[in-house]
Structure formats: C-alpha cells, structure tokens
Design a protein around this ligand. Sequence first.
Ligand SMILES: CC(C)(COP(=O)(O)OP(=O)(O)OC[C@H]1O[C@@H](n2cnc3c(N)ncnc32)[C@H](O)[C@@H]1OP(=O)(O)O)[C@@H](O)C(=O)NCCC(=O)NCCS
Length: 156
Amino acid sequence: MSKAKKISDSQITMTELVLPHHTNQLGNLLGGQLMHWIDICAALSAAKHNQRVCVTASVDRIDFHHPIKLGEAVTLVASINRVFKTSMEVGVKVFAQNFKENKKVHTNTAYLTFVGVDADGKPVEAIEGIPETEDEKRRYDEALQRRENRLKNRIH
Ligand SMILES: CC(C)(COP(=O)(O)OP(=O)(O)OC[C@H]1O[C@@H](n2cnc3c(N)ncnc32)[C@H](O)[C@@H]1OP(=O)(O)O)[C@@H](O)C(=O)NCCC(=O)NCCS
C-alpha cells in the first residue's frame, strides 16, 4: 500500500430531514430511502479515505427495529472499519432525533463493503487505514470475521 491514513479521518456525518415523500402511508421513513442514505454516507467515507471513486461491492443485512417518523432528523455517521487489499468495510450508525421531544434513538447499524476502482472500473489497492482508539481497534478486529462470513456466503 502506498501510504497510510488514520481511520478517524474517514468519518462522514450526514443529517437528513424526513419529509412526506420519504415516508409510507403510516408516516414512517421508507426502508429503501434509509438504505439509499446509508449507501451515500458510506460511499463518501470510503472515497474520503481512499481518495478515489469507490463502488459498493456488498451491503450486509440491515434490520429495522425502530420506525423513524415524518419530521424527525436522521443522522448517519460513517467510518472505515478496516481496509483489506482493494476493499474496505465501512460501518454506518443511524440515529433518529425528535427535537420537540428532545429524543435521540440509535435505530440501525449497517456494514458495507466498498472497492476503490480506476477509470476502467478495475479494483485498485486501497490506502491502509490505522485504527487508534479502543473502539476503532475493536471494530477493526471484528471486521475480519464479518469479511470471512460475507465472502463465504457470496452469491456469484
Ligand atoms: C466490486 C467490483 C469492483 C469487484 O471487482 P472484481 O473484478 O470482482 O474484483 P475481485 O474479485 O478481485 O474483488 C475485489 C475486491 O472486492 C471484494 N469483493 C468482491 N465481491 C465482494 C462481495 N460480494 N462482498 C464483499 N467483498 C467483495 C473482494 O474480496 C476483493 O477484496 P480485496 O481486494 O480487499 O481482497 C466489481 O464486482 C463491480 O464493479 N461491481 C459493481 C459495483 C457497482 O456497480 N456497485 C453499485 C451496485 S448498485
């Protein structure tokens, strides 16, 4: 790898307001809309770290436990967890905030794999990512097991 960068420098925070066209008939945020925001936030983190276009190779399972309501603010925080060779695992944490009720709930965690590519779409070796804090080191260690699972279960 050509150079190394701190994992903390890959962080991206994105906040969206849930508007009527983002919701279903019950006034809850659509799952597909949230997945779109997760993909964008993660792609920005991967591109920020790797300083090139990064494409989504895979998205791990995402569970929806808490409905997010019309009018709430959705904050997504993405960061690289670990760089492999050409691929990177990005973790995204999603929070829903209701400012009127002064409530903030962690609604989802998502793991995505991005691959940095050249102008022809061919994978390129990624910039190494250095974990520093205890949390970053834990996520770095856990990312290896997740990679093994997703490659084992990959559908060609
Ligand atoms: C992702 C892509 C660049 C991989 O290219 P490829 O020619 O298959 O390359 P390789 O098999 O050498 O894999 C490259 C890396 O991607 C990883 N990878 C490939 N498929 C993967 C998957 N389904 N899940 C996780 N990682 C995957 C490999 O493990 C490898 O990682 P490493 O270099 O860190 O070890 C290519 O499949 C592609 O362009 N896909 C379409 C991307 C896209 O359009 N995304 C938006 C979807 S809507």
